[in-house]
Design a binder for this molecule. Structure first.
Ligand SMILES: [Zn+2]
Length: 209
């Protein structure tokens, strides 16, 4: 792992407050404005000028007019006056938009901190990965990498055992003896090599969890 510590992640997953949610996933969400609604669908609106520039309120419009006309002569007091002056009221609704998922609240919070400038009113929604078998498998591996390794060893031992002829004790596939080296293409060799490689990576990245 280059940019984070798998051991820390495992600990965080095992100790964080999951708010009684099974297999939680922390979703970074943000508020997005959908413009162009009819007034009946929304109470929120902004003003647009002919150039398409946006003003949140009459005050914003007046700040702009004072700046352009270097005085308060052309300022507007009511919505009608704003419309007469060429500003258009555009209604919008705010909807929740999904940005990205995280396994821990900490990671979701860090994402928001690091990307605040690109997010609009971000917040975290805690979802559940209930019945999402792939995600649950990944989460449980991240939570307890050592358990996964133990299961892999068992699986590998079963493969190796299945290649052994019970009468002769030799490998049924490549003919290797009990203490001999299996052929590189023999399932027994492939299985034990996979486990050895996995162990090496695990030790390097996780240490002794
Ligand atoms: Zn073999």
């Amino acid at each position: 792992m280059s940019n984070f510590d798998l051991q820390k992640l495992a600990k965080e997953l095992r100790t964080q407050d999951n708010l009684c949610t099974a297999d939680p996933i922390f979703l970074v969400m943000e508020k997005e404005r959908v413009y162009g609604l009819k007034s009946g669908y929304s109470d929120d609106y902004v003003w647009l000028d002919n150039e398409g520039d946006k003003y949140e309120s009459l005050k914003d419009i007046n700040d702009f007019l004072i700046d352009v006309y270097e005085g308060t002569e052309r300022t507007v007091k009511t919505a009608e006056q704003a419309e007469e002056a060429g500003f258009t009221k555009v209604y919008y609704q705010e909807i929740d938009r999904f940005k990205c998922p995280h396994f821990t609240r900490k990671a979701a919070e860090l994402y928001i901190t690091q990307n605040a400038h690109n997010l609009r009113k971000p917040f975290i929604y805690v979802g559940s990965m209930y019945r999402c078998s792939e995600m649950i498998a990944i989460r449980s591996f991240l939570m307890n990498p050592q358990d996964t390794f133990t299961q892999l060893v068992k699986l590998s031992n079963r493969v190796i055992l299945s290649t052994q002829d019970p009468t002769t004790g030799l490998c049924k596939i490549c003919g290797a003896g009990d203490d001999g080296q299996h052929d590189v293409n023999c399932p027994a060799f492939v299985a034990s090599k996979f486990v050895a490689d996995f162990k090496m990576k695990l030790d390097r990245e996780v240490g002794n969890v």
